[in-house]
Design a protein around this ligand. Structure first.
Ligand code: GLN
Length: 542
């Protein structure tokens, strides 16, 4: 088994996850089976309890793991199906060590932070390694080197490298700023990052230089000398228009050859053709596809965190690419529609509207108004999870005449609880069990023949990933149906509503699940594709 560790230098959010995923893709393109693992430094057991504005999207795996959004990048780039084995947090590591200690499994020995914690990290990495008969495991360490929090993960790498020097490669993904006032690319912060690794007993084998521009020869030389590497191990990784160009760019630097050589693996034939075709299609798309996403998780101070909905955004991009369109995605703050209904007019500028998943009451009336607008003005609408539930609330209020209908998540006393808590969730909440207790992961659904969604999927049996506590209240099905709502997807026993759609509308679909987790650049999700198709035929006002 071979291991590639990816650590970050200088600052976060420079595309370490995408770089890790791209390394996975280029090794696959050389015929190697890979697994990818994300190590998060947080004491949280999983990402399910973390705020998306701080930590980014919660990505849900097939088995219901609520993971870091980088697992989404791994799935999109490499097509592997991630599960809880692909996600390690400090919390999980300590939890299992403490459990074993309580069970007397250490047989009286002192349980020590070193080596017991790094050993547990290594044990978990090897569990992932055995999955799918991987030949190479790529492990991304969250955060940046030099942070107090990830030192035990670095210690795990050090222990592994010591034992198997020929089987472990270490990649540092670093950032090289070009300060405006200077106009020159600076290498010093990266040199410090490489030294921080040295201080942890590690030497980077490769440095991926993330920067606005490609690194030039003098700076390459400088970095090589100061960080103790050969020049060929300094890899240029400048900004790209589409992240799907990155594997191709890495191969321009022959990164897969270099990694294989470092790990004493034989080079096999290279095949990146599909990927190259995709990149060309994305580059060539000129006609825009204007999609508005209405939600609340937008501002953190002066900055906008698109990360909260990264899978939704990528799914739109995949569908647009397949149609040869250039996606123009705009985030719309639903609270604006609460202050002033006239603000809704801006929705006319979009060819399609999405209300994505969410929780809580902030901005909710604005979302409901936006959905009403999309329904009445026949703007293609796609509701994901909360976006489906709120579409049901809107329909109840404005079409069925059930005044003040609501989801009991927001108004537990509503006269018309069209969305209510799933029975098993009552027990969880009564016991204050919040972590990993939602309806999570893959569940099957059956689709009604001749429905819009069955046509889009091309089948009547599907499996999709979920993350919710509330569901459609079946007491209201008949009333909704009478008014033109179709329950075109349900759980196989027919009990749980999975999909709603409207008849007299170009595209009005709400899904209780999260299709965005299964969309791939080379295989867009059928519902996103159908939505994008409907959107692309909507006439635009300029
Ligand atoms: N808040 C809703 C629920 O718990 C929707 C969840 C979501 O959108 N992921 O059911």
């Amino acid at each position: 088994m071979k291991y590639i560790f990816v650590t970050g230098g200088v600052m976060s959010s420079v595309g370490k996850g995408v770089s890790t995923a791209s390394i996975g893709r280029i090794l696959q393109s050389r015929g190697y089976r890979v697994q990818l693992v994300k190590c998060d430094m947080y004491v949280n057991i999983d990402a399910g309890t973390m705020r998306p504005t701080e930590h980014g999207e919660v990505f849900v795996g097939e088995d219901g793991i609520e993971a870091d959004q980088d697992l989404g990048n791994y799935e999109r780039f490499t097509d592997i199906t991630t599960t809880r084995d692909n996600y390690i947090t400090t919390g999980q590591v300590y939890q299992s060590i403490i459990e074993r200690e309580r069970n007397l499994e250490f047989a009286g020995a002192n349980v020590e932070v070193v080596p017991d914690i790094p050993n547990e990290i290594i044990r978990r990495i090897n569990i992932a390694a055995r999955k799918g008969k991987a030949e190479v495991v790529i492990i991304e360490i969250g955060g940046t080197v030099g942070e107090y929090q990830n030192i035990l993960f670095l210690e795990a790498i050090r222990m592994m490298k010591l034992k198997h020097p020929e089987d472990v490669a270490l990649v540092l993904v670093s950032y090289l700023p070009i300060p405006k006032s200077v106009g020159e690319m600076k290498t010093k912060p990266t040199q410090y990052a490489a030294r921080s690794l040295n201080a942890a007993g590690l030497q980077a084998d490769f440095i991926l230089c993330r920067a606005e521009r490609p690194i030039d020869a003098p700076r390459r030389r400088k970095l090589a000398i100061n960080c103790g590497l050969e020049e060929w191990a300094i890899i240029s990784a400048s900004d790209v228009e589409s992240i799907y160009e990155i594997p191709i760019n890495f191969e321009r630097e022959n990164l897969s050859d270099k990694l294989l050589k470092k790990l004493f693996l034989k080079p096999r034939e290279r095949d990146l053709k599909n990927w190259q075709k995709l990149a060309r299609r994305i580059r060539g798309a000129a006609e825009p596809l204007k999609i508005g996403i209405v939600g609340k998780y937008f501002g953190t101070g002066d900055f906008t965190l698109a990360d909260s909905y990264i899978s939704v955004i990528e799914s739109i991009r995949h569908a647009a690419a397949a149609l040869g369109r250039r996606p123009e995605i705009t985030w719309l703050n639903s609270e604006a529609y609460e202050k002033d209904r006239r603000a809704l007019k801006e929705l006319d500028n979009f060819q399609g509207i999405i209300v994505p998943g969410g929780f809580g009451s902030r901005g909710i009336e604005g979302k409901i108004r936006a959905i009403q607008y999309a329904r009445e003005k026949k703007i293609p609408y796609f509701g994901l999870c909360y976006g489906m539930q709120l579409a049901a609330v809107e329909f109840a209020r404005n079409v069925c005449g059930l005044k003040d209908a609501h989801t009991t998540e927001i108004n537990p006393k509503t006269r018309y609880p069209v969305i209510h808590l799933m029975p098993e969730q009552l027990k969880h909440l009564a016991r204050k069990l919040y972590g990993a207790t939602m309806r999570l992961g893959a569940y099957p659904a059956k689709l009604e023949k001749d429905s819009l969604v069955a046509k889009a999927y091309g089948v009547t049996r599907v499996s999709e990933r979920h993350r919710h506590r509330y569901e459609f209240n079946n007491d209201y099905r008949a009333r909704f149906e009478k008014k033109g709502m179709r329950f075109s997807g349900t759980s196989p026993d027919g009990e749980l509503v999975e999909i709603i759609e409207l008849k007299d509308h170009p595209f009005f679909v709400g899904v209780q699940f999260h299709p965005e987790f299964k969309s791939r650049p080379l295989a867009p999700h059928p519902l996103f594709l159908a939505f994008a198709k409907a959107a692309s035929t909507k006439r635009q006002k300029d």
